[in-house]
Design a protein around this ligand. Structure first.
Ligand code: URA
Length: 251
């Protein structure tokens, strides 16, 4: 591989933004082959240089991995639970790389979770300012009326003493005492869908996330299964938060 600026390598490798990398370099926190790289003009050959940040070796750009996971209901989105409840850990044991989930789904919620070891991407996606659209299918007790949905659409529901951001909301199907909704949220507050539905007087019976940032949970990905994201899907995620394609040699 040809030489790239060190801050660009660190950003593409998912460590941090280029600006943050420059600060860390000036602070002497970045070592190249054991020597502090203080010069922000420093270039490296990513195939040859051993780069460390704060004493930890940085995985190369080629080691960044991205997956989708169909989380089943009944499992915590964490790797360990002090109370001994089931976690998603056993489902990820086949992976040869350490990844973390981007955001969380409640224990009783199923659906699409993104898994990655791209730290900068994960951090940006989870930041409230990212406004990443997340689509949920929701089964509720009773059938919300148009007025309720309109309150969701206009951001008129108060949660935690402040309005929830406007959401897309539509009824997909309804029976005598239950309704299926599709909600698209750009926020990710704690138990947000459940609390929004509760605010209009409808208890959530079942909840599933069916898309994240325009990436749909494929119908043929069974519960508990993991699939690698395509290059286009990775680029979509990175573009959504102002990062170029992973490993791209952009100026
Ligand atoms: N909204 C919820 O209430 N729970 C989730 O897990 C995700 C969104």
């Amino acid at each position: 591989m040809s030489e790239v600026r060190l801050q660009k390598f660190l950003s593409a490798a998912g460590v941090c933004s280029r600006r943050a990398a420059e600060d860390m370099m000036r602070q002497g926190r970045v070592l190249v082959d054991g020597v502090p790289a203080l010069d922000v003009g420093r270039k490296i050959d990513p195939d040859k240089a051993r780069v460390e940040v704060d004493g930890r070796t940085v995985a190369g750009i080629q080691d960044l991995r991205y997956f989708m996971f169909h989380k089943p209901a009944g499992f915590l989105t964490s790797f360990h639970d002090p109370q001994g409840r089931p976690t998603v850990r056993p489902f990820l044991e086949g992976l040869t790389v350490r990844v973390f989930p981007v955001g969380r789904l409640d224990m009783d919620v199923s659906g699409l979770l993104i898994l990655t070891n791209d730290g900068e991407l994960g951090k940006r996606l989870m930041h409230p300012s990212s406004l990443i659209p997340k689509v949920y299918r929701v089964l509720v007790q009773g059938v919300p009326d148009e007025g309720d949905l309109e309150r969701m659409r206009r951001g008129r529901l108060i949660i935690d003493h402040r309005p929830a951001a406007p959401a897309k909301a539509q009824i997909l199907a309804s029976g005598p005492d239950r309704g299926w909704l599709e909600l698209t949220l750009t926020e990710g507050r704690h138990r947000q869908v459940k609390r929004m539905c509760s605010a209009i007087g409808h208890k959530v019976v079942r909840l599933k996330r069916v898309a994240y940032c325009g990436i749909a949970l494929p119908g043929d990905l069974p519960w508990g299964q993991i699939r690698q994201l395509t290059r286009a899907q990775v680029d979509r995620l990175r573009n959504a938060v102002g990062l170029g394609p992973a490993g791209a040699q952009t100026p």
